[in-house]
Design a protein around this ligand. Sequence first.
Ligand code: ATP
Ligand code: RIB
Length: 309
Amino acid sequence: MSKSAKLAVLGSINVDQILNLAHFPRPGETVIGKQYQIAFGGKGANQAVAAGRAGANLVFVACVGADDVGQRIREQLATDNIDTSSVEAIDGESTGVAMIFVNGEGENTIGIYAGANASVTPEYVARHREAIVTADALLMQLESPLESVLAAAKLARENQTQVILNPAPAVPLADELLALIDIITPNETEAEILTGITVNSEEDAARAAAVLHHKGIKTVLITLGSRGVWLSEQGAGQRIPGFKVNAIDTIAAGDTFNGAFITARLEGVAMNEAVRFAHAAAAIAVTRSGAQPSVPWRREIDDFLQQQG
Ligand code: ATP
Ligand code: RIB
């Protein structure tokens, strides 16, 4: 089958219940919130939306519950330039849920109920194999069952589909999976879980990247929040700074970065420029609240970059 520059995203879909409060409740404490919002989220869906709004040609492999909100999410994803033919509604399951607290500093803590996301099994991956084998790149995260991430990575590798893993939320990963990854994009915490190296400096980032290269991964992008990313290709590393903005809520900053980054790469944009494009998209996202409501469209990213000069 012939290939065009096509992206497959495999991952989670959640309904985010977001409560803004002055500080996180301690055990036993009740804190009155300042603002409450229900918004569509989930790392997989956020990354698919970021890619779709940035202009990618993509198919999303995921599950929603056979509920009202699942139907609304599928309709919304389609309006974000996403092929949803591989997003099935699972009978007897509810759509995934994330309960998110955002404190006065814009930091967040998240609790998740997987719901229908647990139905993205290796069998489900096999049923939707066409989406993966005909894609140029496969983008995944870790809110789907690990065995399914592994199955999808194997399928991609066998069919010359590039594998990009955003290893979030943080869990230790087997070498078998890491060896199938072409590009990995951990944040500092995830990099530490994967390598045992605490990332507090550029030297630490370089050492963590070296461990990941040793596992067989060619390109390592460690995201450093407002400081940008550490980009390491085959061991040659550099920090690429992000943009200075007034951040109000970083939910989906990493997701927006990943979706925009792979979109630019699939357009043939050079690595450093793709990172800059992704920084712009993520910088816009942190100036807005919520996950998918914060994700910018292509025109907004291009305008932002033009203003930055
Ligand atoms: P999150 O879990 O909050 O979505 P993350 O921990 O996966 O994010 P980060 O390293 O915090 O990822 O951020 C990813 C990218 O988002 C950064 O590389 C940068 O481009 C952008 N970013 C994050 N925070 C800021 C900020 N305060 N100002 C500007 N850009 C930011
Ligand atoms: O990365 C942000 C996402 O993490 C939220 O949308 C929430 O659903 C959790 O999955």
